[in-house]
Design a protein around this ligand. Sequence first.
Ligand code: AMP
Ligand code: MG
Length: 405
Amino acid sequence: MIPIDDARAQVLDACQVLPVVEVDAPDMVGRVLAQDVVASENVPPFANSAVDGFGVRSHDVTTVPVRLRVVGTLAAGAPPDVSVGPGEAVRIMTGAVIPTGVDAVVMVEDSSMVGDDLVELTKAAQPGGAIRDEGSDVTAGSTVFRVGQVLNAAGIGVLASINARRVKSVARARVALLSTGDELVIDGSPLKPGQIRESNLTMLDRMIRDTGCEVTNLGVVRDDEDTLVEVLTRAVETCDAIVTSGGVSMGDFDVVKAVLSRHARMNWMQLAIKPAKPFAFGLWKNSRDVEVPIFGLPGNPVSSLISYELIARPALRKMMGHTVDLLRPKIRAVLDAPIARKPDGKVHYVRVHGNFSSDGRLHVRDTGPQGSHQLAATALANGLAEVPDGPGLTAGADVDVLLID
Ligand code: AMP
Ligand code: MG
């Protein structure tokens, strides 16, 4: 058996970062920048008012109350076609251009009108008060984001604010997904003896999309080597990676393992973890001599999920240019209920649910039956507790938890 960290390192090593592409800025959420972004414009592009109020010359408003003559009104978006002299003020709205003569704004809450054209201000003004300077968010010529940065929603908002409409990014991985098994029913028809409902395609499709990839769902492939070879041969021409479910263990009909051993450079591993011991990693050369990674996950639904999380997801993230946080964040949590296990040379990934408590720590307990076919309890989990080899853990023990939600 091979330790999970070694297995992951081998797989990551064999997976190459995808090419750089140019994308529309709004499509950058969750993606990795392949360029520095230098602002070509100031944000804001002009000095403007931070509040609704009155633009004044600050030395007119050092002792209050004071009355000033109102010489006009400026709205956001309007040209600043007024200038303010001594003893004068301009009614100004949030975002409107600061006009000539004004060096401070007094908010409307600190004013009252006296007749039609006099305003009484009750709060002293400081030079620059309530004025947002040109370039005070982003200065033209400055680097706002660097290569490798992953953008969030605010990030694409910043790109919009500086009019960066297209940016370079590492390509999203196009991932083909298929499930193998003669017993699998996918179309909702009544189950015949020996048949079960297919569940991994639905689950993995979502997980792969959540990783930031595009998915081509190829459905269920029967346990037939020729068919699988045909499907994979076609898939490697148009995809950057392939995820398969089932057929990688020691059974007579484990077709993925058999096919990869013959047609790909296969690294079949017995991972020192439970669940998800068997894992097949293949590199399948397409007609352009590109070796396409194939992640052969085991078919038991919980095993599929765990080996996707621990190996395939980090590898796909590497391919899409991520250099940090390839794995889920790990936190040392407190176990609120004991976890029993026996020594077997493996790390057990126990599905747990946890909440942060008033002591500032994450407190977790297992979510129920932990068999590799028991997806229902796994669905209640927001963490995977790494229970080390040995006799198990007692309540109150520390345990490392991968946060999967
Ligand atoms: P395998 O890895 O193909 O040996 O399958 C291991 C177990 O997982 C068997 O009990 C299969 O019936 C079950 N299984 C395999 N693939 C799926 C799937 N896509 N959905 C649900 N169960 C599956
Ligand atoms: Mg099978």
